[in-house]
Write a protein that binds this ligand. Structure first.
Ligand code: SAM
Length: 283
């Protein structure tokens, strides 16, 4: 394949509320592409009008994704540059995009990105929870059985979890969450991000349920749930194992006292003992 004569697919993130969040690169890509593939052409037209851009739009949405792919690849083959956008945020993140991106990369075309807003990342950062390790769960399955199975899979998840949810299903989802992780688990409800009524509610699952049962939720929500406590395998609780558990935490930047406390908690032994065993190992 001669990549110089082939078109490039650029994934373009668009604002999730505040139009000021469009990046100069996104504007340039939308203006210069030969064609813009949009989830909803009417919605993207509004954005283009706001930006003063006139360009060719074709529709690429959930239900024609598969059928459209060959046509899109043929455009790339002819040397046409495609900009891919969804209604809001990052294409491919709970939005159409993945099928085309996968097909284009597999066929060897250049795929690049004009990055920008994604509600999940913004919510994670604003939640104030652990951002070192997290899992994006998107929308939970609608089907009851699949939903139960997903919640069961997540019951012992220790990473911070990010979910998308529609306002009219929020209370139901909070009930499922309470059943899975208990009322005391920390949760952040990130509403209307980047918009006039942006609001981050950092409470427990039980408190969130009480709040939204009283006042029905409105607007767009991302739910961020704290991961569960790490439970370490304690099949063989040796001094070496205890020292290793403390050392692991020191290597990750913790002070000895804190590392001993946390390791001891995870291993179910007194912090004093863990600390002493570590000191002894250094002699
Ligand atoms: N592709 C988008 C992204 O990059 O975030 C997500 C699209 S998905 C169809 C829509 C869901 O994203 C909403 O139901 C909500 O959970 C979340 N969302 C999108 N915009 C939001 C905003 N401004 N504030 C809070 N949540 C938002």
């Amino acid at each position: 394949m001669d990549n110089n004569t082939l078109g490039v697919l650029t994934v373009v993130a668009t604002p999730i509320g505040n139009l000021g969040d469009i990046t100069p690169r996104a504007v340039e890509t939308l203006a210069e592409a030969d064609v813009i593939a949009a989830e909803d052409t009417r919605r993207t037209l509004q954005l283009l009008n706001h930006l003063g851009i006139k360009n060719n739009l074709i529709s690429y949405y959930r239900h024609n994704e598969e059928a459209r792919v060959d046509y899109m690849l043929s455009l790339l083959e002819q040397g046409q540059n495609i900009a891919l956008v969804s209604d809001a945020g990052t294409p491919g993140i709970s939005d159409p995009g993945q099928v085309l991106i996968q097909a284009a990369t597999e066929a060897g075309y250049v795929v690049t990105m004009a990055p920008g807003p994604a509600a999940c990342i913004q919510a994670l950062v604003l939640s104030g929870m652990d951002t070192n390790r997290f899992t994006f769960e998107g929308f939970l399955p609608l089907n009851k059985k699949n939903r139960r199975a997903r919640m069961a899979q997540l019951a012992n998840e220790t990473r911070t979890m990010i979910f998308y949810e529609a306002p009219h299903k929020l209370v139901n989802t909070l009930e499922d969450m309470q059943e899975t992780w208990g009322a005391e688990r920390k949760i952040a409800l990130c509403r209307e991000l980047t918009k006039l009524h942006e609001e981050i509610v950092r409470v427990t699952i039980g408190e969130a349920l009480a709040m939204y049962e009283e006042v029905p939720p409105k607007g767009e929500f991302v739910i961020v749930v704290a991961g569960g406590e790490e439970v370490e395998e304690t099949a063989e609780l040796t001094n070496e194992g205890i020292v290793a558990a403390i050392q692991e935490r020191i290597d990750a930047g913790m002070r000895l006292k804190d590392a001993s406390k946390e390791a001891a908690k995870a291993l179910g032994i007194p912090a004093r003992d863990a600390y002493q065993i570590y000191l002894d190992s250094e002699k």
